[in-house]
Write a protein that binds this ligand. Structure first.
Ligand SMILES: CC(C)(COP(=O)(O)OP(=O)(O)OC[C@H]1O[C@@H](n2cnc3c(N)ncnc32)[C@H](O)[C@@H]1OP(=O)(O)O)[C@@H](O)C(=O)NCCC(=O)NCCS
Length: 170
């Protein structure tokens, strides 16, 4: 996402509205994908940046996207998270073999440190046993966010990626 006239007009003080996408044919999916590709610098050469893969994920009944947009500009997302259904290679420490997983999460640069991620994660308060992965060197802010809030380190993968589960009290 580029800095536009709209971005100038809307500051982190602008109220953001939470939206949810459950359907793989939702017209706003390309906008969230564009935001994700801008945040992560994906170019469509991997599944993370491919609209066909996003739609396939959303076809699962437990998958959904949450996103935040200025209340008067619902088609200009500034933050999102994408929950998919994940089967784990090995069960989690609590025995869970499959469940909801935050596959991607990001906030556009000008809206960071304003509680967007906290608000979206809070929205998942009634979902048990969901997981999220991050990489301490690639995504230090996410790493800090999770560890400061007491998320439980579940396992580490060969590439250095770490999976976390949310502690029960959050
Ligand atoms: C990680 C990320 C999602 C956090 O979103 P956010 O809405 O800024 O997070 P919140 O406002 O809820 O929380 C802010 C926290 O993150 C830290 N933080 C976020 N952005 C930061 C920045 N640019 N510099 C320093 N700290 C930052 C704040 O210090 C604050 O920490 P604290 O509350 O634990 O003291 C966001 O920084 C981001 O999109 N980063 C790039 C993409 C990314 O890393 N995605 C996760 C991949 S696994």
């Amino acid at each position: 996402m580029t800095t536009s006239t709209a971005a100038t007009a809307h500051t982190p003080q602008t109220p953001l509205q939470l939206h949810r996408i459950d359907n793989s044919d939702d017209e706003n999916i390309p906008r969230i994908l564009a935001l994700s590709n801008a945040i992560f610098d994906f170019d469509g050469s991997t599944k993370h940046g491919l609209i066909s893969y996003w739609r396939d994920c959303l076809a699962h009944p437990s998958s959904f996207i949450l996103y935040l947009a200025p209340h008067d500009q619902p088609t200009r997302p500034v933050a999102f998270l994408f929950v998919i259904w994940r089967k784990y290679d090995e069960p989690l420490k609590n025995g869970t073999a499959e469940g909801p997983h935050v596959w991607l999460a990001g906030v556009s640069a000008e809206w960071r440190r304003g509680g967007c991620l906290a608000r979206m994660i809070h929205e998942l308060h009634n979902i048990d046993n969901f997981t999220i992965c991050t990489h301490p060197r690639r995504y230090p802010h996410m790493w800090n966010w999770l560890t400061r809030r007491g998320w439980i380190q579940e396992r580490e993968f060969e590439d250095g990626k770490v999976m976390f589960t949310r502690p029960a009290q959050i």
